[in-house]
Design a protein around this ligand. Structure first.
Ligand SMILES: Cc1cc2nc3c(=O)[nH]c(=O)nc-3n(C[C@H](O)[C@H](O)[C@H](O)COP(=O)(O)OP(=O)(O)OC[C@H]3O[C@@H](n4cnc5c(N)ncnc54)[C@H](O)[C@@H]3O)c2cc1C
Length: 440
């Protein structure tokens, strides 16, 4: 087994390191959190000529940005009519239209900044796991087309030809989407931001945030960063301070397992077109290849938690069920991450004070949305143009019973995976052990 359990850490061709904050200073924009949201904001701030400093508690990409599946989707997990039902026709349409362009913005940014992140724009396949799933996809197709999305509904035979698996009843193909190596994207954003003149400090947890003399004062490592504007971009990985604001979300874990590169003949039959996939099941799962041809399979559940072995056994069983030729292939990498869900699955921007925003709650869709929300939040703050935000800013956001709801998701995923893994080929040698992965 690789010494690095998170595949993205083991395979990243982008490298980034930055020193901790060591002196007090003043900047236009202070950004708390070094993921897609914070780094996209820093890059945008420099394009406006503003001085900007990103403080990251651990290393760039430590949170969801360095652990996700890497599906660069257009839009939210919710279909358009559900977005409009929750946000109203004007706000809903604004968010749908903005996120429809999100993959284009991500891939343009990658090209513009020369980010080496395995960017592959070959679309995604939303796979029908059952006849009911196909009906769901037919409805998503109808709604998506009505909102101008260039979707295609594929039958079971075409889906089998593209995926190399006979397990699905059909698929919804979205050509706007694609895949990336997510940690490389985060590191590339950090590198680009520094090249543009931003300051980034790792191992610099923010422990205090307050208003003093008409400015924000950010405390980290005993130093003080004074700033006119502040962006909290800590999402599901927030730690260290609660006042004046901490994002409220429901943390849902998602675990992933990766094989060694598949042998060449199998690479020609499994996802030969390079699409990224996820399915319609309530306890969702995903799979994709990376550029070296490793199969990465994932599902809801905490691989580092008490049910870690159940999730790992499920993944082995799932691999064999989807691709019988791969049965018994060991996993070399296994890791987990925490997704920031909101009750209505709509991402939030909270204006928690003067010249201050927090962006969070992308509910499993944060590559495009995080990039767009971070970019637009920086623009809105620096130009004093809240109308540029993709959603109306809220004064506050609360999630009731967040801990209980997170436990419910984990218990549900564990039960479903335990049933699915019965008769499992089992956790075999080379399978990462629960507790060995980088902690979520
Ligand atoms: C397993 C998994 C799979 C996913 N799959 C997909 C996918 O395929 N496609 C997709 O679009 N989205 C996906 N997502 C969602 C996506 O990864 C996230 O929405 C996105 O990464 C959020 O980016 P962010 O910058 O807002 O937050 P994060 O990347 O979580 O960054 C927050 C950062 O803040 C830092 N921080 C916290 N507190 C402090 C503090 N006090 N001081 C300084 N720094 C602090 C953390 O260390 C962390 O690095 C997935 C998420 C997970 C976990």
């Amino acid at each position: 087994m690789s010494s690095e359990v998170n595949l993205w850490r083991a395979s990243s061709r982008e490298h980034f390191a930055a020193p901790p904050l060591a002196t007090s200073r003043e900047v236009d924009l202070a950004v708390i959190g070094g993921g897609f949201t914070g780094l996209a904001a820093a890059l945008e701030a420099r394009r406006h000529g503003a001085s900007v400093c990103v403080l990251e508690a651990q290393t760039v990409g430590h949170g969801g940005s360095g652990r996700n599946v890497g599906l660069v989707n257009a839009g939210l997990w919710l279909p358009p009519e559900a977005v409009i039902a929750r946000m109203g026709p004007t706000g809903g349409k604004r968010l749908i239209d903005t996120l429809a362009e999100a993959p284009q913005r991500v891939f343009d940014l990658i090209a513009r900044e020369g980010i080496d992140c395995e960017a592959t724009r070959n679309g995604t396949l939303h796979l029908a796991h059952a006849p009911a799933g196909l009906r769901d996809l037919q409805e998503r197709y109808r709604q998506g087309r009505a909102h101008g999305a260039p979707l295609r509904l594929l039958d079971a035979a075409e889906t089998a030809r593209r995926t190399g698996s006979r397990a699905f009843h059909g698929a919804l193909f979205d050509p706007r989407a694609g895949t990336i190596q997510p940690l490389s994207y985060a590191r590339g954003l950090a590198r680009a931001a520094v090249r543009a003149g931003a300051e980034v400090h790792e191992q610099s947890p923010v422990t205090g945030l307050q208003r003093a003399a008409g400015q924000w004062q950010v405390t980290s490592r005993g130093q003080s960063l004074r700033a006119r504007h502040v962006l909290v971009a800590t999402n599901a990985y927030h730690l260290g301070f609660h006042d004046p604001f901490a994002p409220q979300i429901v943390g849902v874990h998602y675990c992933q397992y990766a094989t060694d590169p598949l042998p060449e003949p199998l690479r020609r039959s499994i996802l030969a077109g390079g699409e990224g996939c996820w399915d319609t099941a309530l306890v969702m799962s995903s799979f994709r290849l990376d550029q070296a041809g490793r199969l990465v399979i994932g599902g809801i559940g905490n691989g580092d938690g008490p049910a870690g072995r159940v999730h790992a056994a499920w993944a082995a069983r799932k691999l064999a069920r989807l691709f019988p030729d791969l049965a018994g292939l060991p996993f070399r990498h296994g890791w987990s991450g925490r997704i920031a869900m909101t009750g209505d699955h709509i991402p939030k921007i909270v204006a928690f004070g003067p010249q201050a925003y927090a962006c969070f709650g992308y509910s499993g869709r944060g590559i495009g949305p995080g990039t767009v929300f971070g970019t637009q939040a920086a623009r809105a703050l620096l130009l004093d143009r809240p109308d540029l935000l993709p959603v109306d800013p809220l004064r506050q956001h609360r999630e009731g019973f967040a801990g209980l709801r997170a436990a419910y998701y984990e218990a549900g995923a564990s039960a479903v995976h335990a049933i699915a893994a019965q008769g499992s080929v089992g956790a075999r040698a080379g399978l990462p052990q629960a507790g060995a992965s980088s902690r979520a």
